[in-house]
Design a protein around this ligand. Sequence first.
Ligand code: ATP
Ligand code: SF4
Ligand code: MG
Length: 326
Amino acid sequence: MTATAAPLLSVRDARMTFPGRRRSAPVRAVDGVSFDIAPGETLGLVGESGCGKSTTGRMIVRLLEPTAGSITYDGRDISRLGRRELKPLRRELQMVFQDPHSSLNPRQTVSRIIADPLLVQGTSQAEARRRAAELMELVGLIPEHLDRYPHEFSGGQAQRIGIARSLATGPRLVVADEPVSALDVSVQAQIVNLMERLRRELGLAYLFIAHDLSVVKRVCDRVAVMYLGRIVEIGAKERVYAAPAHPYTQALLSAVPLPDPAAERARERITLAGDPPSPAAPPPGCTFHPRCPKAQEICRTEAPLLRVAAPGEAREVACHFPGTAA
Ligand SMILES: Nc1ncnc2c1ncn2[C@@H]1O[C@H](COP(=O)(O)OP(=O)(O)OP(=O)(O)O)[C@@H](O)[C@H]1O
Ligand code: SF4
Ligand SMILES: [Mg+2]
């Protein structure tokens, strides 16, 4: 959490609890997360399915109101703002979704889709269309295709349209929720490269959500690893990738294939037992203990706090026995 500039976004102990279905216990989808994002910075957010990544992203762009905690954007607490107060903020906080085709209205032309956030903000039709053409070009599409419909585009092209739409109002922070997970592997790198270029050219900050650490490696400055609604490790990319301190991060990284075949054959894979527990009934102590290869007695009763792993290090970890080896 050592951002040099004043943070653009500060999340403090944010929680999102959904009511349980019928008589089941409430779901603690996000159970107290804190992090900052500086202007122009990319924070990667990774973790297994159901750990609360999307819920975190949706709270930040205020599609969801957090149950507790605060979200401060550009010095202002936005966590409790109502619909009318949020409207001007929608220009600055945008979201890109996982499945490009299902997030684009099939009955609208691309021009209309990209211009929609501008029309909502009161921009004239002609100006919105002109801007949509500009944005098409910016994301590597042909402006002459403005009057086509989403089904006429490939998955990668459709995601470019989703990105163009997110940029229409000139946001400063974009939450990209698994923007490449639904795309062919061959297209993923192109979209990641596009997002990286846009960040440089437009000075954007991203919260870049992904299942695995390999996807965010190229784009992120820092990375946060989530497990069962909490951040278990967060820090500078170089530190986390070179020497992961939390056993869960170590396991996630050990699943990422290495480019060098010899290194790939030689290294050890850490396989985690079972699936993550339900966020409606998290285990006591360290919630990772039932699956952790390093668990000791204390882990079953005492929850570790997120704290600096080594003095002066730009990385925090929530583990009683943080280390650099599994
Ligand atoms: N609206 C909701 N009502 C009830 N439970 C919800 C709701 N939205 C999410 N959840 C639950 O909250 C937990 C976190 O969900 P979330 O979608 O944030 O996870 P995720 O990390 O984005 O997962 P994935 O990788 O599958 O997208 C899950 O257990 C999910 O079932
Ligand atoms: S606190 Fe214990 S159970 Fe939790 S990650 Fe660390 S070693 Fe594993
Ligand atoms: Mg999700």
